[in-house]
Design a protein around this ligand. Sequence first.
Ligand SMILES: Cc1cc2nc3c(=O)[nH]c(=O)nc-3n(C[C@H](O)[C@H](O)[C@H](O)COP(=O)(O)O)c2cc1C
Length: 304
Amino acid sequence: MPSSRTEIAGIEMQNPTILASGILGQTGESILRVFKEGGAGCAVTKSIGIEPRDGHGNPCALELDNSLINAMGLPNPGIDAFGDEIKIALKSGKPVIGSIFASTPEDFATLAGKMEDFGAHAVELNLSCPHAEKYGLEVGTDPGRVGDILAAVKSKVKIPVFSKISAMVPDIRGLAKTIEASGGDGIVAINTLKAMKIEPEIGKPVLRNVYGGLSGPAIKPVGVMCVFEISREVKIPVIGVGGITTGADAIEYFMAGASAIQIGSGVHYRGIDVFKKVNAEIIKFMEAHGYDDLSQLIGMARGV
Ligand SMILES: Cc1cc2nc3c(=O)[nH]c(=O)nc-3n(C[C@H](O)[C@H](O)[C@H](O)COP(=O)(O)O)c2cc1C
């Protein structure tokens, strides 16, 4: 049988499916479920900040054709309350990545240091949330700021540091190069796309926060394009995310240059075992096309 095992910055994964940040990663128990019932090869936690945060008021999520818009606003218990959750998640024996957000290099470094102390296998810097005031996209569009954040985090921790970026940046290839030059160990692309919905009957935006982030199948072509562009520019591994619900979606990302993929909204569309289903579909595709190893697919479409 073909092997879909993969490795990113020294982190070994039995299969290439990863739980994306913000979906079922709020507690250690929910992460354990994603491994046991879901079959994920790795999981990323909800993004965690320095202080507890409530997030935005309701309505904070809605469903459209082929997509979702959410404006959760990074609700989280704060880093000091999260150590126990990581410890529970680690009982799985599988790799767990701690996602963090902040607005300064110092705070990013503090958060990364705590995630390392808790035992996380890597940290993912959320540089791309489109609906959280001074955090996320506001921080991650400026390569100079991203370089300063990476320098601070890399001098603090030994575990791999992944940078999660947005498609909504002026020069994604330039940003990717800055991340590589600043010692980043991998790039995660993409976060949700800034979006909104207006209700014609009332003439007002639907979301309390007005703006939210678009996710689900509708954003897959954007994510695939970003992974393709980034992976042609840098040598560090790229993790693809955005609109993956099937093995065929994942294969597109691998062929664009991703070494692993994350699934978020796919949990809504296909259930918690979407990871098992997607991995089985990847293996079936490999079998049908005579591939033995996932590495044969990675970057296949880049040589155009
Ligand atoms: C409800 C919800 C909450 C999310 N929260 C976070 C978060 O805390 N941190 C983060 O980096 N991304 C967050 N995301 C973005 C996802 O991790 C992912 O990048 C995005 O949804 C695209 O993938 P998908 O189409 O598979 O959902 C969130 C997405 C959704 C739908």
